[in-house]
Each structure stands twice: as C-alpha cells, then as structure tokens.
Design a protein around this ligand. Sequence first.
Ligand code: SF4
Length: 171
Amino acid sequence: MAIELLMSSCLIGQCCRWDAKNGRSVVTPRLHLMLNHGQVAVICPECAGGLDVPRPAAEIEPGKNAADVLSDNARVINTEKADVTAQYVAGAKAALALVKKHNIRVAILKAKSPSCGSREVYDGTFSGKLKEGRGVTAELLASHGVKVFDETQIDEALALLDAMKASQSEA
Ligand code: SF4
C-alpha cells in the first residue's frame, strides 16, 4: 500500500525526545493498521538533522518565527546557548524530502515542538510560555502544501485524508 501519512516519531512511542523519555504513543486502532500496512512514514526531524538523544532543549529565538528561521533571519538556540539552526533546518528538509518522495499531503506532528509544532510553540524565553506559530519542520511542510495536524487532531487529519482519496478516485 502507498505511504500516505507522515507522523512524528515520538507520537508512535519512539525514544527521540530531547529529554530521552519515550514519546507517549497516540496510535489509535486505525493508525495501528496503517502503520502495519506501511502507509505511514515516520520521522524525528531533530534526529534526522543530526541532533542526539538526549539533547538540550531548544527554542526559536524570541520575537521570531519558523519562517524567519527558514529564510535565515532567525536562530534556534538551545539552553546551553548553542546555535542549532542548521540541524533544525536540515531536519525540516529531510521531512520535506520524505513527503515529496511519497507525495504525502497530510502530516500528524507533535504539538508545541520547535520542529513539529503546528499551532503553538514556546516563545524563545525558556519560561514555558507558548505563542502562536509553527515549528521549523511544520512550517516548511505547510509552505509546500502539506496539511499539518497535531496529536489532538487525529480524527480530523484522517478525515481529510479520506476526503482527498475519495476526490482523487472520482477524478
Ligand atoms: Fe522529534 Fe518532532 Fe518528536 Fe521532537 S516533536 S522528538 S523533533 S518527532
């Protein structure tokens, strides 16, 4: 079966988080079937970009957003004050390459992450405050037409996937 959905690795329980805790699996029975049938591509953009597990937490610098990072107008900085922008951008590009390779149009990515967040991210002050915006990978995918959801929107994501497939088969 064709690959039709992209997911964050931590959302299927892989140990790729910055703090090396296993991600909490959000795999529903339908996602389980899709994973078993090879319909889901899985990526941890930060690992794909060359970062280790564990790694210091990182955030997009205050006052900037993921589009600024991708246009080289902002940095991603970790709690040790190291610039990890290159790794974040490389991870986003790896996710985009996967999406293009398989013509994936829907993604379910981990909420609030500076890579995967699709609606909110931390504000760059490492104070736990969130602001509207996407992570670097989510931004790059969305700018290439991928519909990006988070783990609280699984039903919505799969409904859209079904609708896209139905309209494709009618065409
Ligand atoms: Fe990796 Fe994204 Fe999960 Fe962070 S949120 S651990 S970058 S898959």
